[in-house]
Design a protein around this ligand. Structure first.
Ligand code: ATP
Ligand code: MG
Length: 330
């Protein structure tokens, strides 16, 4: 069975609909057909300003949300990155294989650093840590949203380069991006992607929002001055984004939506979508709270996951250490 790895940052109190449709929905589905490793990547989360207490709590809430969405720790390996030190260790090696110019071309760094008061070296080397995350598990498929495509290309390039230089060490990973939901846009600013760390609160549909809050956000989503429910991402980014969400959660298609709402304007469309969203996402909050209620049990699940992860990660790291001429960890 193929090995799958993916990660998500604990950079807010709740994941959002873009995380779910771009990545997490595939995480859940891929459990049936693959050996999956899913990671709350807290090392990545300190590349931007953070509060230690808040980060720690967000990592817990993130893990609980993943369990609530259906990640099954019996079938998949669910863990928090800081419990597996091999990530940082391999990242050092991979950083020494990466060209400065190559790293400088990463567009996420340009976007995120422009929004920060203070830009760190960690934010710059973030994609290299991500390469280590992926390669440690001899990953074949990486389910992510479109915004991660460039980082995955870097993972492939570095795996191939390392293998060519030192001999076969890493599996070269493939991306797994679902075209229709590859980028969910911010509801208030549909030219931007929905984001945990930078989206407008009004434009970001959090999985843990109250159902009425969700309805309100959908109904006040930015559209355009026409009144036609028609799919055209360039000319009508707001409406097209809502249609993508509707199709994905409402188990329907863009064509059917265009037919169904022909001549009816945005009011009906948004009202119906508001119900679809609230019905679909509503139950996630309660299930997350259940997993958070038993702190000892959640910690136990994560430690067990970290042990399983280290079992694989330490073998890959030992190989890489040997290949580059290091002494083995004593
Ligand atoms: P941050 O703003 O802190 O970077 P984020 O919302 O981008 O948060 P990440 O933790 O960086 O979330 O990414 C988790 C996963 O969600 C990745 O696979 C990423 O590609 C995917 N993802 C993030 N935003 C979207 C989006 N708007 N549409 C589709 N997928 C997304
Ligand atoms: Mg991100």
């Amino acid at each position: 069975v193929p090995r799958v790895f993916s990660g998500i940052q604990p950079t807010s109190d709740s994941f959002h609909l873009g995380n779910y449709l771009g990545a997490l929905r595939q995480w859940v589905a891929l459990q049936d057909t693959s050996d999956a490793f899913y990671c709350v990547v807290d090392l990545h989360a300190i590349t931007v300003d953070h509060d230690p207490k808040v980060l720690h709590e967000r990592s817990r809430v993130s893990a609980a949300q993943l369990l609530a969405l259906g990640i099954d720790p019996e079938r998949s390996t669910l863990f928090v990155q800081s419990q597996v030190p091999e990530h940082a260790m391999l990242a050092w090696i991979m950083g020494c294989e990466t060209g400065f110019g190559e790293a400088s071309r990463m567009t996420q760094f340009k976007d995120k650093s422009a929004k920060q008061e203070r830009t760190t070296v960690g934010l710059f080397t973030y994609p290299i840590l991500q390469v280590a995350d992926i390669l440690l598990y001899q990953t074949e498929r990486v389910p992510v949203g479109e915004d991660q495509r460039q980082h995955l290309e870097l993972s492939r390039d570095l795996a191939i380069r390392f293998n060519n230089t030192y001999g076969q060490t890493f599996t070269v990973p493939d991306v797994h991006i679902v075209k229709e939901t590859a980028t969910i846009k911010d509801l208030a600013e549909p030219e931007k992607k929905m984001s945990k760390s930078s989206a407008s609160p009004r434009g970001c549909l959090y999985l843990l929002d109250e159902p009425n809050q969700m309805r309100k956000k959908v109904k006040s989503a930015v559209t355009d001055s026409e009144a036609e429910v028609r799919y055209d991402p360039d000319a009508k980014p707001g409406v097209s984004n809502l249609m993508n969400i509707y199709a994905a959660l409402g188990n329907t298609t863009i064509e059917k939506l265009e037919a169904e709402y022909a001549g009816r304007g945005y009011g009906d469309f948004k009202g119906d979508l508001a119900d679809v969203v609230a019905d679909y996402l509503g139950p996630i909050s309660a299930r997350t709270k259940e997993f958070l209620a038993d702190k000892a049990e959640l910690d136990r699940i994560l430690v067990k996951g970290a042990e399983k992860a280290r079992h694989v990660a330490s073998r890959t790291l030992a190989k890489a250490y040997k290949k580059v001429g290091f002494y083995p960890p004593a």
